[in-house]
Design a protein around this ligand. Structure first.
Ligand SMILES: [Zn+2]
Length: 90
């Protein structure tokens, strides 16, 4: 049987399959975007689909470390808002 690679939440370090997570990507402008398709180009990181982990993305140090970038907390605000909208859909 083929082994499915596990991804790690950058906030709480939980390991899950890729499609169980929200994905964020550092784009070519070094901005961080919410990758709803899970396959955007660029360096990616994963976050649990829950309020606790999504809220902690506002501590941008976690994001900056994971994506080797240097964004400010206001740069991640719209990403967090988009994730919250997705969470409410369920
Ligand atoms: Zn998590």
């Amino acid at each position: 049987m083929k082994k499915i690679p596990k991804r790690t939440c950058i906030v709480c370090r939980s390991k899950l399959e890729k499609n169980e997570f929200f994905r964020i990507v550092r784009d070519e402008n070094k901005d961080v975007i919410f990758d709803k398709t899970l396959k955007a180009n660029g360096r990616g990181a994963y976050c649990c689909k829950n309020d606790a982990c999504v809220d902690k993305l506002s501590k941008v140090k976690i994001v900056n470390n994971a994506l080797k970038t240097d964004i400010q907390s206001e740069d991640i605000k719209s990403v967090i808002e988009e994730m919250k909208i997705e969470l409410k859909k369920k």
